[in-house]
Design a protein around this ligand. Sequence first.
Ligand SMILES: Cc1cc2nc3c(=O)[nH]c(=O)nc-3n(C[C@H](O)[C@H](O)[C@H](O)COP(=O)(O)OP(=O)(O)OC[C@H]3O[C@@H](n4cnc5c(N)ncnc54)[C@H](O)[C@@H]3O)c2cc1C
Length: 405
Amino acid sequence: MSIIGKRKEEEEMEEIEIVIAGGGICGLATALALHRKGIKSVILERAECVRATGSAIGVFPNGWRALDQLGVGSDLRPTAVPLLGVRDVSLHNGKRRESTFSLTSVGEGRCLKRSDLVKALANHLPSGTIRFNSQIVSVELDPLSSYPILHLKDGTTIRAKVLIGCDGANSVIGDFLGLKPKKVFSSLAVRGLTEFANRHGLPIEGVRIRRGNTMSGGVPLNDHLLYWFLLHKWNPTDLAKVAHDPELIQKMAIETLIEHKFPAERIEIVKRCDLNSLSLTHLRYRSPWEVLLGNFRKGTVTVAGDAMHVMGPFLGQGGSAAMEDAVVLARCLAGKLGSKQKIEEALDEYIKERRMRLVWLSTQTYLVGSLLDTSSLIKKIFIMIFMALLFRNPTAHAKYDCGRL
Ligand SMILES: Cc1cc2nc3c(=O)[nH]c(=O)nc-3n(C[C@H](O)[C@H](O)[C@H](O)COP(=O)(O)OP(=O)(O)OC[C@H]3O[C@@H](n4cnc5c(N)ncnc54)[C@H](O)[C@@H]3O)c2cc1C
């Protein structure tokens, strides 16, 4: 670019103190946490509105603590169904084995619609905080000030004092930090909601029905509405065919359930689902050793949520961990925006506080995911021994307290 062009770009460059990349659970929670501390921020979200891919989400005590700090817990509890237990069913060689896993000792576990969660977070933000249709395509450091400069798809350029990447598993900010690309488990997840005109009559409990490495499950969100999921290793050529077509995703899910002889009621649930709620997701993860060693800060740029520590869904903790990040990050940044050095120290404090919590969560999730992913009996035994040694209390992670905002 010519000197004149460069000068013109600098003149037109917008200055924003704190930019949050991405308006998913993490971005919204981070903006809200900062707002509660009296700090203004702007979320740049590539979509045209607040979206809630994935239908529903389980939130355990650690997540409720974070939501209470954010001041939205009491808004959400009335529509969040308590999760008292999970019924595990194993279908193998024509036999059905059932066990129930009580969650009462874990503390407050609830399942709620994702749309309720993101709306509650977004509704508490000052108007103008979220800028939709704002896709960040690249980031660089200003050679003079070393503050980040963001380039958006529409040609806009923004200079920020702080940039927080909450842009999910395929994070542009993570790429800028040099974080390694995420890995994928071989299973994928289809998720959806099914509304019953009459009561569905199912008990309010979580269900996981497994045949081999295929798992179908769900939770009733009320007497009429059911959240369901299906985890399966689909053939890549089948996936290419269904792409993002909800009708084809539904057809693929039904065929999988029929082929693997799942109970008729599971098939019926998928047949009656709301096609608009359907999503097909790769199960990505950042390996525990990358979480342990990853560089999560460059200058005044950092990451949070899936951009930092995407993990499989096997513990139901990715979203709650993102909300914990938000609380800790806002607490660390409060009162430290005076100079670049202070901001960097605050971000280092945030990363230090989060890192080992996330290493343990990622390790446990990785082991549970690997257990489901492998068909080798020897590998399964090895993983189970490892888990028993490292995680004597497998639900201890839910007792974590991210502290006060
Ligand atoms: C099958 C499945 C089940 C799960 N179940 C649970 C559960 O029960 N409990 C739980 O706590 N967690 C669960 N999780 C994990 C949870 O969904 C994620 O951890 C959580 O959604 C992460 O939120 P996020 O805001 O970090 O990322 P995302 O939700 O991915 O949000 C990222 C946002 O950034 C935007 N964005 C991306 N790139 C850009 C860009 N370049 N410019 C601007 N905007 C951008 C996107 O549009 C999006 O809005 C599950 C995950 C899966 C896959």
